[in-house]
Design a protein around this ligand. Sequence first.
Ligand SMILES: C[S@@+](CC[C@H](N)C(=O)[O-])C[C@H]1O[C@@H](n2cnc3c(N)ncnc32)[C@H](O)[C@@H]1O
Length: 216
Amino acid sequence: MRSRFKPWAAELIGAHPEIIIPEPEKVKGKWQEVFGNDHPLHIEAGTGKGRFIVGMAKMNPDINYIGIELFDSVIVSALERVLEEEGGIPNLRLLKVNAKDIESYFEKGEVDRLYLNFSDPWPKSRHAKRRLTHETFLRLYETVLPENGEIHFKTDNRGLFEYSLTSISEYGMLLKDVSLDLHANEPEWNIMTEYEEKFSKKGQPIYRLEAQFQAV
Ligand SMILES: C[S@@+](CC[C@H](N)C(=O)[O-])C[C@H]1O[C@@H](n2cnc3c(N)ncnc32)[C@H](O)[C@@H]1O
């Protein structure tokens, strides 16, 4: 997701360290202290403008959520969504970091579930390593999830979905649920992301899968 440069974004982000955690490596292994409870922790890598993670946090107050996003100009929109909520969203935090460094921020087993939504497809084969479902990323996710931890993935991009099915199954994960048209019979628990809303309005099918790591 590209967004116009917002010169004011860094200042707004800096003014809200209670929401966008400034040095998350310092709280590695201590996220329960940050949230003040021992509820499960679900994270989204590539959270964009936050429609999904904010919706999930509001729908499931007994689950803690963290949205991870690379860019100031994008994550600031997620921050604004949180600030619009009266009383804030106590079970949600945001990290302006790269998902490839996820091990620096979470201990083994500290994350109970990982969401990937409409990840950048990187269609050229030479960029395959950048796809968030590449084997290298799966290995990273495995280090922060518990045994049998799950990844839930949605996309409108058929090529990325096909690639991900192969990458995930070659990794030895168990595919638990696969949908080739999520909106044909949309589950009541589905929270749409910004991209999902945009592409489904155009009539494009939304692909979804749940995959579980397997103990060796
Ligand atoms: C195509 S957008 C989708 C945004 C949102 N998930 C949605 O569905 O509307 C992908 C987002 O992932 C972010 N992103 C890509 N690679 C990332 C990485 N390695 N770490 C963190 N965020 C990343 C991009 O900056 C972008 O905002």
